[in-house]
Design a binder for this molecule. Structure first.
Ligand code: NAD
Length: 263
């Protein structure tokens, strides 16, 4: 059977862990060639070894313009062009009151979550034009839609990602580049533990627990997994979504429509 991404080349930031890793695996299974861009080099080289000839790892801190440019250009030099950019790298933050958040912290969070995807789009668009178009997907969050799901700096940055995706969709449509956002709900990844400063291995173990607890309140009572978001990214990356741009796709087991317990 033909893969849904046969012949396509993708760059996935935050590609060695959680949602990004799940998306690398699914995109490769669907026929894509992928550059996984991240700052965890050891995991990156293991990923390259798992998928020889299909995945290249790029060390890329999304706060660094030159590293994003190099990761995007690696797709072109290694695999012949760029069709899909999944701006997915991210961090979380611990809950704290606005009076306790200093200017540096605001800058750090916005640099990773907002400026990173912006620079990714900046460098990807010209390469996509050379291919006649492309698809950009930005990971936002349900925290960007409703207050209360995350810390204030994180949540407001994710709201910015949703609107930046709309603005970019309008601007890039004449170039046949589609731009959409995905709003994950609570997904079993190490992001929660990592935001508490726990070592990655411990954070990985915590992930399943967080999603299992969330599942108890969701209308769809199963833990959210990286593959649930990867499937949404696959749809937005593939030609199946050729008529879809400037939107945000909520993938949250229904938790934002209300708790199962309130019925
Ligand atoms: P994760 O921690 O498993 O993966 C995040 C990845 O981003 C890691 O590999 C990390 O090394 C990388 N990263 C962090 N800072 C980076 C930087 N400066 N440059 C490049 N890479 C960097 O977490 P995840 O849950 O898979 O997160 C992926 C995205 O999903 C994030 O944008 C996150 O905000 C978003 N999200 C997650 C959830 C959830 O419940 N897990 C919910 C909503 C949104």
């Amino acid at each position: 059977m033909a893969g849904r991404l046969d012949g396509k080349v993708a760059v996935i930031t935050g590609g060695v862990s959680g949602i990004g890793l799940g998306t690398v695996e699914l995109f490769v299974a669907e026929g894509a060639k992928v550059v996984a861009a991240d700052i965890q080099d050891e995991k990156g080289s293991m990923l390259e070894q798992r998928f020889p000839g299909q995945v290249r790892y790029a060390h890329c801190d999304v706060t660094k313009d030159a590293e994003i440019e190099a990761a995007v250009k690696l797709a072109a030099s290694e695999f012949g062009g760029l069709d899909v950019l999944f701006n997915n790298a991210g961090i979380s933050d611990s809950m704290r009151e606005i009076a306790e958040i200093d200017a540096e912290r605001w800058g750090w969070i916005y640099d990773i979550l907002v400026r990173g995807p912006a620079l990714g789009m900046k460098h990807a668009a010209p390469l996509m034009v050379e291919r006649g178009g492309g698809s950009i997907i930005n990971t936002a969050s349900i925290a960007g839609l409703q207050a209360g799901w995350g810390p204030i700096a994180y949540s407001s940055a994710k709201a910015a990602v949703i609107h930046m995706s709309r603005c970019a969709a309008a601007q890039l449509s004449p170039k046949n580049i589609r731009v959409n956002a995905i709003c994950p709900g609570l997904i079993a990844t190490s992001i929660f533990g990592a935001s508490l400063g726990l070592p990655r291995a411990v954070a990985d173990q915590m992930a399943a627990l967080v999603a299992q607890n969330a599942a108890k309140a969701q209308p769809i009572p199963k833990p959210g997994l990286p593959d649930d978001i990867a499937q949404a990214a696959l749809y937005l990356a593939s030609d199946a979504s050729a008529f879809v741009t400037g939107t945000h796709l909520v993938v949250d087991g229904g938790i934002t429509v209300g708790s199962r317990h309130s019925w």
